[in-house]
Design a protein around this ligand. Structure first.
Ligand code: AMP
Length: 221
């Protein structure tokens, strides 16, 4: 463990900005923890809380499992989409928090006949950030794909001919519609999970357990 974490009373929570942060705040409140700075306006990457022993790391959503796996954070909140890509090594995943709910879907440009392309056994070019999930999905369907790894703005790929389809998370579908795309297949429902470093769960159980239980109660409401 790093010097940063040497004090076993200290708890470090890893969160990403945006929807996960916003949806986690009420769960933290249920555990008696108030984050005292707003990550949207603060430039700090380590945010204080009302509890001097609890701090919040603000990291990219895809980095949350990595910080928790290596013990740089004791616990964190990450989407199932991100956890599937990470693989879950070194993580204890105790609770589906039912927050940041959305679905992972295949989308194509309006006018592209996906069903016919699949039926005819065409080889599809699929752009996505979620290559593991996409690979498994198309392998199960027996569809041959060339996966193109992107890190953002997947919606652009079919519009400029980089790919035939994308695999992305969809919530309202507004972004797809605004970009002349349509959802053709839902792959799975997604929600965010509380993940805990396995060593921290043993070494800091007394501190972590009440917070995990408060999250569990608040997320089941
Ligand atoms: P939508 O509401 O379908 O227009 O979603 C807008 C964008 O937000 C999409 O491009 C998604 O990449 C992203 N998004 C929506 N919901 C989530 C979520 N729960 N987790 C991560 N990204 C999301």
């Amino acid at each position: 463990m790093s010097a940063f974490q040497a004090d076993s009373q200290q708890l470090i929570l890893a969160l990403s900005k945006g929807r996960i942060f916003e949806d986690t705040l009420p769960l933290l409140e249920a555990a008696g923890i108030t984050v005292t700075e707003n990550p949207e306006t603060s430039r700090k990457l380590i945010l204080p809380t009302n509890d001097p022993n609890v701090r919040v790391l603000i990291v990219r959503a895809t980095d949350v499992p990595t910080y928790v796996q290596h013990g740089a954070a004791d616990f964190g909140v990450a989407g199932k989409d991100v956890l599937l890509e990470h693989g879950g090594e070194g993580l204890y995943q105790p609770i589906d928090l039912h927050i940041a709910e959305c679905r992972m879907s295949v989308a194509v440009r309006n006018g592209f006949d996906y069903e016919t392309a699949v039926r005819q056994g065409a080889r599809l070019r699929v752009a996505t950030k979620f290559v593991q999930t996409a690979r498994e999905h198309f392998a199960e369907k027996g569809v041959h794909v060339d996966l193109i790894k992107l890190y953002g703005s997947m919606e652009l790929a079919p519009l400029v001919g980089l790919s035939d389809a994308i695999v992305d998370v969809v919530s309202t579908g507004g972004t797809l519609r605004a970009n002349d795309l349509k959802e053709v297949e839902a792959i799975m429902d997604i929600s965010s999970r509380l993940i805990v470093n396995q060593a921290a769960l043993k070494l800091k159980r007394e501190r972590l357990q009440p917070i995990i239980e408060a999250f569990e109660r608040a997320s089941n409401k």
